[in-house]
Design a protein around this ligand. Structure first.
Ligand SMILES: NC(=O)c1ccc[n+]([C@@H]2O[C@H](COP(=O)([O-])OP(=O)(O)OC[C@H]3O[C@@H](n4cnc5c(N)ncnc54)[C@H](OP(=O)(O)O)[C@@H]3O)[C@@H](O)[C@H]2O)c1
Length: 291
């Protein structure tokens, strides 16, 4: 049995589907079982729990050989941010896995480091370090930004005006990757014990936010240009919102860093190494992600 914490998310749902199709037993840990049932359909075992509450995790671990952590606290408010979910929540999950004798596959992020300007990336690095020190058999997957996540942001922000929002100048190339392709790598990591002790970095062809906005617009039959949030506005909002709306501040800060910093690309080609099909192109992803 493979337990996916975060199995209701963009990556987690695809991972659950791929593991089920491969004949694996799948259990999803969620705070919201009704949502999980609606999103996942039959075939998946559902366990109610919260990574912030260790007492809720023991039951979810029954019969589990591998735990995949696909949770994050990037969008969470007080008590649910990266320190609460990615650092302490993952520590609880790893402790519970250790007690159950299960391996752990951790979803980190490309560019995770102790000195990253993005708080989530520092939290992911801390989660990696505590996993390495835990004594549990582990695999770490570090993906670049998901195309599906950003296509959705473009569409959500274009809803009223017909013009998607680009945060900053939109000229920084980013090695976006489809969550479906990341799921294939994570599924392999979950089922191949030979990958324990490995860090698998995953990224795709580079593309700027402006290029992504343009291609999403074209796929949706629109020709109108994107709106841009100027960098000084992102900087100001990140500073002013921090005490009152930490998640909003976090998003503005991360957007600013993504617009001004090269977040790099994967070291090595995980798809070739694992004999998986190479990363999908944006047009192929847009065909799957219809409005
Ligand atoms: N999106 C990206 O661009 C990107 C890029 C690189 C890496 N990643 C990493 O990939 C993983 C999946 O990301 P995603 O974008 O697919 O996530 P997502 O769609 O935003 O879903 C987040 C998941 O986290 C779970 N979660 C949040 N707080 C929780 C808590 N306290 N207890 C238990 N579960 C909790 C949610 O479960 P419930 O609501 O059902 O409880 C949900 O399934 C994450 O680790 C993320 O950091 C994402």
């Amino acid at each position: 049995m493979i337990l996916i914490a975060g199995g209701t998310g963009v990556l987690g749902r695809e991972l659950a589907a791929q593991l089920l199709a491969a004949g694996e037993g799948v259990r999803v840990l969620t705070r919201d079982p009704a949502k999980a049932e609606r999103l996942l359909g039959g075939g998946v075992d559902i366990a109610v729990g919260d990574v912030r509450q260790p007492a809720t995790l023991a039951q979810a671990m029954r019969g589990v050989a591998v735990v995949v952590s696909a949770v994050h606290g990037f969008l969470g408010g007080r008590g649910a941010g990266p320190q609460d979910i990615d650092v302490r929540g993952n520590a609880h999950l790893v402790d519970a896995a250790k007690t159950a004798g299960a391996d752990v596959v951790l979803l980190s992020v490309l560019g995770a480091s102790a000195t990253s300007p993005i708080g989530l990336f520092r939290a992911k690095y801390a989660a990696e370090e505590q996993l390495r020190a835990s004594g549990v058999a582990w695999t770490i997957v570090r993906p670049a930004a998901y195309l599906e996540t950003w296509i959705d942001i473009m569409r959500q922000t274009a809803k009223k005006s017909g013009r998607p929002m680009v945060f900053g100048a939109g000229k920084q190339p980013i090695a976006f990757i489809s969550a479906m392709d990341v799921a294939a790598v994570v599924a392999r990591a979950a089922t191949d014990a030979g990958l324990r002790g490995d860090v698998l970095e995953v990224s795709g062809p580079r593309l700027t936010m402006s290029e992504l906005a343009e291609q999403v617009q074209r796929a949706d039959g629109r020709t109108t240009a994107a709106r841009h949030v100027p960098r000084p506005m992102l900087r100001l909002t990140a500073a002013l919102a921090r005490p009152v709306a930490p998640a909003f501040a976090r998003q503005n800060k991360a957007a600013l860093v993504m617009d001004t910093t090269d977040l790099g690309e994967a070291a090595g080609d995980a798809f070739a190494r694992l004999s998986l099909p190479s990363a999908r192109t944006l047009p192929a992803v847009l065909t799957d992600c219809r409005v």
